[in-house]
Design a protein around this ligand. Structure first.
Ligand code: PRP
Ligand code: URA
Length: 209
């Protein structure tokens, strides 16, 4: 069973509360999503491997730690996941970036794939899949299956807001993928929107409605 980590850090919770507000405009929404992406990746990479190295300071040799093990790749689920990429790259500038294009059919709520391009060496990397919303879990589950089908087996999922239904679906379909979220909301409404949620993340990020 995968683990679900809810980030209750006051800075993340404060920023998320502003994002939920229906009066918050596109510019501020976009800035906050990037900022939360940065804070979340800081926490979600807490267990990355390090190794001891000797560093010559101006004073003497210091025993220090540097990252070892797998390099990172960030893979946003288009469109809304794009809003978290720059935040991740602020923290991990050398990460490579892949893209998965999926949208949720408004009638069936099933994900429809339209694009997938991953870094050439992604099988050797730790993959951070990012998307602000985990609702039914259909999009995240399908995106992660595409990534696994391309031979990647070290994957983490980062979402801002999750519904219990999405977490359950992810844990059933991908018990090996840990889930990092800023909030676990109450339920999905009859249109598949998270309640209380923040509305349509893609539309609020890009101003398309
Ligand atoms: C949203 C969101 C997720 C998906 C979540 O994307 O960004 O990808 O819905 O819903 P699910 O868990 O029920 O699959 P959407 O399909 O609206 O596409 P967009 O980002 O292009 O607007
Ligand atoms: N996608 C969104 O953007 N918001 C939701 O609440 C559910 C799916």
């Amino acid at each position: 069973m995968s683990k679900v980590v809810v980030f209750d850090h006051p800075l993340i919770q404060h920023k998320l509360s502003i994002m939920r507000d229906k009066e918050t405009g596109v510019k501020e929404f976009r800035e906050l999503l990037e900022e939360i992406g940065m804070l979340m990746v800081y926490e979600a990479t807490r267990d990355l491997e390090t190794q001891e190295v000797d560093v010559e300071t101006p004073i003497c040799t210091a025993k220090c730690r540097r990252l070892a093990g797998r390099k990172l790749a960030v893979v946003p689920i288009l469109r809304a996941g794009l809003g978290m990429v720059d935040g991740v790259l602020n923290m991990v500038p050398a990460a490579k970036v892949g893209h998965i294009g999926l949208y949720r059919d408004p009638e069936t709520l099933k994900p429809v794939e339209y694009y997938c391009k991953l870094p050439a060496d992604s099988t050797e990397r730790e993959i951070l899949v990012v998307d602000p919303m985990l609702a039914t879990g259909g999009s995240a589950s399908a995106a992660i299956q595409f990534i696994k089908d391309r031979g990647c087996n070290h994957i983490r999922l980062l979402n801002l807001i999750a519904a219990p239904e999405g977490v359950k679906r992810m844990q059933e379909d991908h018990p090996d993928v840990d889930i990092y979220i800023a909030a676990l909301d109450d339920h999905l409404n009859e249109h598949g929107y998270i309640v209380p949620g923040l509305g349509d993340a893609g539309d609020r990020l890009f101003g398309t409605k």
